[in-house]
Design a protein around this ligand. Structure first.
Ligand SMILES: Cc1cc2nc3c(=O)[nH]c(=O)nc-3n(C[C@H](O)[C@H](O)[C@H](O)COP(=O)(O)OP(=O)(O)OC[C@H]3O[C@@H](n4cnc5c(N)ncnc54)[C@H](O)[C@@H]3O)c2cc1C
Length: 391
């Protein structure tokens, strides 16, 4: 490949969604460059596939609403399961925060979200120790998707409409002349291009630097413990989250060996380890198992009695921004666009992101949803967003 109209660097769920939406609008000569031999080897392949509209900010809620509709009504299966997200609080301050969020979510059109008392929490999740829980919220349309199905669905449609994907093609630098993108240097040579989309997930910052853009995306290891219980999990177990500590658990979904899901005994649990420094390390650290079980001990004797399946435990990378919101849009370099920094929500927000960025590229702005608050310039202007309901 020597030239392209639009080059998307990174073939994860975000690059795939951008390609899907661009080609849906008729864009020609759209190329995805992926340095690996296949897709899904970055964060998308590590994601557990949670999707929720229970956020704090206007933009995150609206991105989720759009994306959940998309998952529900998609023309192919992304394995959307509206199992719900149950957030619980262990003090009144946390509970007030959750209640405020629910009021706001409802005002923006989130359906099936409600404030729940301790008795209802125990009914929704009978394996929970509710002795110190003061209340919570439950969003019935929140739930699970299969990240690989989403990514593959986007890719297949984009390729059918003429996009191309080049594997084992690593972008080294973005070449600019007079403040404008002209080409990309790769291990397979120089590619002249009209527009470039950076969709390289946790690895975005270094590449942006080659165009002299400081993209505040910090990689951070996130680990998941996968375990099997001696008895079946409760029917319809949702995602369950302690809003105070971020400790959470949910029924596990094996996307590769789907027969493993049949007996409803596998569960995964995790929490955001505050001691985890920014790094690109994706090795699973076994000491995390003990830390998670320590948290499970109090919250759920059921979880404490499970047996770890070590080969299924995993570590991947979150791509965090200082305000835990994505960076979507253009920048001071003409024809350079970003879709980065999803801070743990990239799969669930991939439909809205792809549509927004395709509209920005083709029309100059996103009209289905105003995503201008997610532009990179918010950091320089000090217009950071505020969301604390991240896990
Ligand atoms: C443990 C874990 C659980 C998660 N759970 C959820 C969840 O429940 N719900 C949710 O919505 N999100 C979740 N996430 C976050 C989600 O995985 C990410 O936000 C999302 O996958 C980001 O997609 P992406 O396409 O931007 O990045 P990636 O999937 O990482 O894709 C980036 C691609 O760019 C390629 N690349 C990088 N540099 C270059 C280069 N120089 N040249 C060419 N190619 C390059 C990489 O190989 C990679 O394939 C989770 C993440 C982790 C780690």
């Amino acid at each position: 490949m020597k030239n392209a109209e639009i080059v998307i660097i990174g073939g994860g769920v975000i690059g795939a969604s951008v390609a899907y939406h661009l080609t849906k609008r008729g864009a020609k000569k759209v190329f995805i460059l992926e340095r690996e031999s296949g897709q899904g080897k970055g964060s998308t392949g590590k994601a557990t596939g949670g999707v929720r509209a229970q956020f704090e900010t206007d933009i995150n809620i609206k991105m989720s609403l759009y994306s959940i509709d998309f998952f529900e009504n998609w023309d192919f299966d992304c394995e959307y399961e509206p199992r719900g997200y149950l957030f619980f609080a262990t003090d009144e301050r946390q509970f007030d925060y959750l209640k405020r969020n629910v009021r706001f979510q409802k005002s923006l059109g989130v359906k099936d979200v409600e404030i729940v008392d301790t008795k209802t929490i125990a009914e929704i999740c009978p394996i929970l120790n509710v002795s110190d829980i003061v209340g919570g919220t439950f969003g019935g349309r929140d739930g699970f998707i299969n990240p690989l199905a989403v990514m593959n669905g986007f890719t297949t449609k984009a390729l059918e409409r003429g996009a191309k994907i080049e594997f084992e093609t690593q972008a080294f630098s973005i070449e600019t002349v007079g403040g404008k993108v002209v080409a990309i240097e790769t291990n397979k040579g120089r590619i002249e291009c009209g527009k470039v989309v950076l969709a390289t997930g946790a690895w975005a910052r270094e590449l942006a630097k080659t165009a002299e853009i400081d993209l505040p995306v910090a990689p951070q290891k996130r680990q998941i413990v996968w375990a099997q219980s001696p008895s079946k999990l409760p029917e319809n177990l949702p995602m369950v989250i302690d809003i105070g500590s971020g400790f959470h658990f949910r029924p596990a979904r094996d996307f590769i060996d789907k027969s493993a899901n049949d007996d409803n005994t596998e569960v995964l649990f995790a929490y955001p380890d505050p001691n985890e420094q920014s790094s690109l390390d994706t090795n699973f650290d076994e000491s995390f198992i003990e830390k998670v079980y320590e948290k499970a001990k109090h919250r759920s004797p059921f979880l404490f009695e499970t047996r770890v399946i070590k080969e299924k435990c995993r570590a991947g990378l979150y791509e965090n921004t200082p305000d835990h919101h994505a960076i979507i849009g253009d920048c001071e370099i003409e024809n350079l666009y970003f879709a980065n920094g999803f801070s743990g929500h990239g799969v669930m927000h991939s439909p809205a992101t792809g549509r927004a960025l395709s509209e920005i590229i083709l029309d100059g702005k996103a009209s289905f949803l105003d995503v201008s608050c997610l532009r990179l310039e918010r950091f320089a202007k000090g217009e950071l967003l505020h969301e604390t309901a991240f896990i």
